[in-house]
Write a protein that binds this ligand. Structure first.
Ligand SMILES: [Zn+2]
Length: 468
């Protein structure tokens, strides 16, 4: 390919781009060019693979572009601004539930009508979706030292003027320019304790830090610095060996810390900055005050290492018990995500409420929740004993009360599992052999569990506190 040809590739072009898939095979999915940069005469192209999750976006060299099939952007609407949502590939169901039923047992669903319940499964028009929960520190603040805040206050915005929403998130109505920036991941690599993390998405760290090959974070206070030297200097002064706040759970090496977004603003903001690298579906806010953060850690002789977290509004009018939830990549696919979810419902149980995660869920989030809800509900259904040869009975409300899973989520899970059947004038839940075996296999693998006896948590009534 001649250099002149590569020169024609501009932002907004679409063309097939070579990538290696999970099975290590080459494929040529259609991709959109989001940005072009020139590094000492060599062009690099930032591509988004259409219909793939944004986390796979990357810089590629020109030899991976199939210029024969290039589509140029239309003149008037240069690039369809899709608010960064274009990347979400519809998540495939966790597993196809087989229709063939070898019925093992059935449970009567009382009352015989689902009508009232079903009416609320898909709320018309939904409640106002408050997009929120990733709060972010003010980017681009002037730092006092070359280490970007060796003084402990420089990453603290609590001393400043009331923080205003950052105008480069999805709050902006004219997003023609900002959209491109926030659609591109801007941090190459983050060193956090013994892990090196490759961010998936944009995060509003100060711009001057985005050019670094590695951004260094103190794994305990989550302060960010520009070099290993700065980190080492920080570590001599930072005496945190666990997240701030109260340790409200400990079993074995797993602990949970509750952090008040108002009392520990710096930590909360730094946590949100880190989390934003791996969460794409929420708007950025400065304001961490209305949130509590529950950080899960794993302990070793060096300290309590962050594994993941979820945030939660102090007061939710919509029964949200989770705002944002994330397991850090080195800990993913090992059962920690479900442990976070389980913990969020344990908190709701202590509060005597049912709860639901804030929508929309990310693709990975939805998979984890589906799986958690399925296992939790099946666990209950399979524990029901029949009396006098009668089919055991349970109501949706009872399932919801026992699990603290909101009624709508119970119903959608029963429907997703395809358990609900109508039989002789009443609804019954049919547990097939496939379902039962699948569940038992899954539960054998679910070793990490929350032990409610290890919780030291008293819920606060935030509505009575006036100001946070
Ligand atoms: Zn620190």
């Amino acid at each position: 390919m001649a250099a002149t040809e590569a020169g024609e590739v501009i932002e907004g072009c679409r063309l097939p781009v070579l990538r290696r898939n999970q099975d290590n095979e080459d494929e040529w999915p259609l991709a959109e060019i989001l940005s072009v940069k020139d590094i000492s005469g060599k062009k690099l192209f930032y591509v988004h693979y259409i219909d793939f999750n944004k986390r796979l976006d990357e810089w590629v060299t020109h030899d991976r572009l199939d210029l024969k099939k290039i589509q140029f952007p239309k003149k008037e609407a240069k690039t369809p601004t899709k608010n960064g949502l274009s990347g979400s590939r519809p998540s495939s169901p966790e597993r196809e539930v087989k229709r063939k039923v070898d019925i093992v047992s059935t449970v009567s669903l009382v009352p015989a009508s689902l009508d009232t319940a079903q009416a609320s499964v898909f709320p018309q028009n939904g409640s106002a979706r408050r997009p929120l929960a990733v709060a972010a520190a003010q980017p681009g603040r002037k730092r006092k030292s070359s280490c970007l805040g060796t003084d402990e206050d420089s990453q603290d915005s609590s001393d400043g003027i009331p923080s205003a929403p950052r105008m480069t998130g999805s709050l902006v109505s004219d997003r023609s320019h900002d959209d491109i920036i926030t659609r591109m991941k801007n941090i190459e690599c983050i060193e956090l304790g013994r892990h090196r993390l490759k961010p998936w998405y944009f995060s509003p760290y100060p711009q001057e830090l985005t050019a670094l090959p590695v951004l260094y974070l103190c794994e305990f206070c989550l302060k960010y610095v520009k070099s290993l030297k700065c980190l080492q200097r920080h570590l001599t002064k930072c005496n945190l060996r666990h997240p701030p706040g109260n340790e409200i759970y400990r079993k074995g090496t797993i602990s949970f810390f509750e952090i008040d977004g108002r009392k520990n603003k710096t930590y909360s903001q730094n946590l949100c900055l880190l989390a934003k690298c791996f969460l794409d579906h929420k708007t950025l806010y400065y304001d961490t005050d209305p949130f509590l953060f529950y950080v899960m850690t794993e302990y070793d002789s060096k300290g309590f290492h962050i594994v993941g977290y979820f945030s939660k509004e102090k007061e939710s009018t919509e029964d949200y018990n989770v705002a944002c939830i994330l397991t850090l990549p080195p800990y993913q696919r090992r059962g920690y995500g479900k442990l976070l979810i389980e913990f969020s419902y344990e908190l709701s149980k202590v509060e005597g409420k049912t709860g639901t995660p804030e929508k929309p869920l990310s693709d990975l989030g939805l998979l984890s929740y589906r799986s958690y809800w399925s296992q939790t509900i099946l666990e209950i259904l399979m524990s029901l004993k029949s009396e006098n040869g009668e089919r055991p009975q349970i109501t949706i409300n009872e399932i919801s009360e026992i699990t603290s899973v909101k009624k709508e989520d119970v119903i959608s899970t029963l429907q997703y599992l395809n358990l609900i059947n109508y039989y002789k004038g009443q609804y019954i839940l049919t547990l097939s052999e496939d379902i039962v075996e699948g569940h038992e296999r899954a539960m054998l693998k679910r070793i990490l569990r929350i032990d409610s006896k290890c919780m030291h948590f008293t819920p606060k009534d935030w509505s009575k506190r006036g100001k946070w």
